[in-house]
Design a protein around this ligand. Structure first.
Ligand code: PLP
Length: 513
């Protein structure tokens, strides 16, 4: 199967077979849909034993091989890409599993050991190398100054956390330039330091006088400016890119096998595992759906949201209803619609009302999405909702609960474990799920940890600041991040949130690269 893996759009009403490279470089399909693999591949029937002792990188290779044709990326190239992508992680396990011993059977899969201390590194380190790989292939016969070289100009907006992961994934990549827009004074000092202290020539941080919404709207306008886009080949690295989902599938397998290895022999048989995932754009948990469909025995995927709970409401009612975004203590999950949910929904529709017909599913999804953009709401059939509920459970968590979980976890674990607010949304939901299932259910819970607490000092200090013996500097802040404060910054200020000002800045910076 791997030699013929192709991709289609979730909104296409006709058969499509795009290459992996096309899906990765384009990001979004022409019809506005997202790329999905033409088939979800299966793991080998003996994978529970044959994969059980593999390293993260070896698992990544086995998983990705099933989704990328060998004539696009050879075995040796894929191994090399994976090896480079995970060479800058601070943990030998890449995504280590640790126990939260205040509860029975509760584990945390730490996804924040990459260069920027964010879970997005797991995918963006790989995506950056892939971009460079495909561009190098296209440019292999062209000299360094050949004006016809393929070049991508990545333009993105960030409210703080994603920008630095994108920058570290793409820094110093040949034939790629990066522009990250962020609202002046509205990202934390640490986040700004992480983005602006990267001195590589191809990285440009634009501090925009305006809000995050202004930044996002500017990025959209740049994309929609056809002439500008044709001239500079604007690319995106946001979480709808298929390669990001693909890279995230690995840690579901890796988390599962780490758990198996920790358990006594007697508990390994008939193992039941629920994964709890702090969710925003639904990319992280979607990777869990693919792992499950590939054959990983997953009891349930639990969507954990903050008060921006469109997913939680959908799973209770079948109505997907856009609501205004609220600012919460877990800002990376503050969304009004979850862009990757479209992929999951495509499968739910295809396997119910569309009766396994891909094209019919595309036509139904296409009308859902146009209802969503016109009316701000759509509703699925009871059958489709029921299938979604078989696979997913959900819970929504308030800011007060987030703070109280950070505090109780610190106080009740033997190692005074410190959660970041996003991971705390996961742990709160895991604890509620454990209470519903009963402490003696025998189920194991793996909650995903998406950021290092140092990145969200305000909330962590609010939760722990008055506890005797706790110190942010000693207990939380890594030396590497502390040092950033003294490094020189490279910032270009955008005085007005206007398209012409941004485009002028991009062209000026590009010509001086
Ligand atoms: C992006 C992000 C999330 C949400 O992940 P999705 O894939 O968008 O659901 C959660 N926590 C942190 C810290 C993040 O950066």
């Amino acid at each position: 199967m791997s030699s013929s893996q192709t991709y289609r759009s979730t909104r296409s009403e006709v058969p499509e077979s795009k290459s992996f490279e096309y899906a990765v470089i384009r990001g979004l399909a022409k019809d506005g849909g997202l790329f999905v693999p033409s088939q979800i591949p299966h793991v080998p029937s003996d994978f529970l034993t044959s994969w059980s002792n593999l390293s993260f990188q070896e698992l990544a290779f086995n998983v990705m091989r099933l989704y990328i044709s060998k004539d696009e990326v050879s075995d040796s190239d894929l191994k090399e890409l994976i090896s480079r992508s995970y060479s800058k992680f601070r943990s030998a396990d890449i995504t280590p599993l640790v126990r939260i011993d205040s509860k029975n059977n509760l584990h945390l899969l730490e996804l924040f050991h990459g260069p920027t201390y964010a879970f997005k590194d797991v995918a963006l380190q790989f995506l950056g190398n892939l971009f460079e790989y495909f561009l190098a292939k296209r440019n292999s016969k062209k000299s360094a100054n050949d004006p016809s070289r393929d070049h991508i100009t990545v333009v993105g907006a960030t409210s703080g956390d994603t920008g630095s992961a994108a920058i570290y994934g793409l820094r110093n990549k040949k034939d790629v330039s990066v522009f990250i827009l962020y609202p002046t004074g509205r990202v934390s000092p640490l986040q700004e330091q992480q983005m602006t202290t990267v001195q590589d020539k191809n990285i440009h941080t634009l501090s925009v006088k305006g809000t995050f919404d202004d930044c996002q709207s500017l990025v959209k306008q740049v994309f929609n400016d056809v002439d500008f886009n044709n001239k500079h080949h604007i690319g995106a690295v946001n979480s709808i890119n298929w390669a990001r989902i693909l890279a995230q599938i690995t840690y579901y397998f890796h988390g599962y096998f780490q758990l198996v290895r920790k358990l006594p022999e007697s508990e390994r048989k008939d193992l039941k595992v629920k994964f709890v995932v702090p969710s925003g754009n639904f990319g992280d948990i979607l990777a869990g759906y693919y792992a499950e469909q590939m054959g990983l025995p997953v009891e349930k995927l639990v969507v954990a949201t903050n008060e921006n709970d469109i997913l939680n409401r959908f799973l209770r009612t079948g109505t997907y209803d856009k609501a205004p975004v609220k600012a919460t203590y877990s800002p990376a999950m503050d969304i009004c619609v979850s862009s990757n949910f479209e992929r999951f929904l495509w499968y739910m529709v295809r396997d119910t009302v569309a009766k396994k017909d891909d094209n019919k599913a595309g036509s139904i999804l296409s009308s859902f999405m146009s209802e969503l953009s016109k009316e701000g709401v759509f509703k699925v059939s009871p059958e489709t909702l029921k299938l979604a509920q078989c696979l997913l459970a959900s819970g929504s968590v308030t800011d007060e609960e987030t703070v109280s979980t950070i505090r109780s976890t610190y106080q009740e674990t033997s190692n005074n474990y410190i959660l970041d607010p996003h991971s705390a949304v996961g742990i709160t939901t895991a604890e509620k799920t454990i209470a519903e299932d009963g402490e003696e259910s025998g189920i194991n819970y793996i909650s995903l940890s998406t950021a290092h607490p140092a990145k969200f000092s305000d909330v962590v200090n609010k939760a722990l600041g008055d506890i005797k013996g706790y110190s942010f500097e000693n207990d939380v802040l890594p030396e590497e991040l502390e040092k950033l404060a003294s490094l020189p910054k490279k910032i270009r200020e955008i005085g007005k949130p206007e398209l012409s000002v941004v485009e002028e800045a991009i062209e000026e910076e590009l010509s001086s690269e």
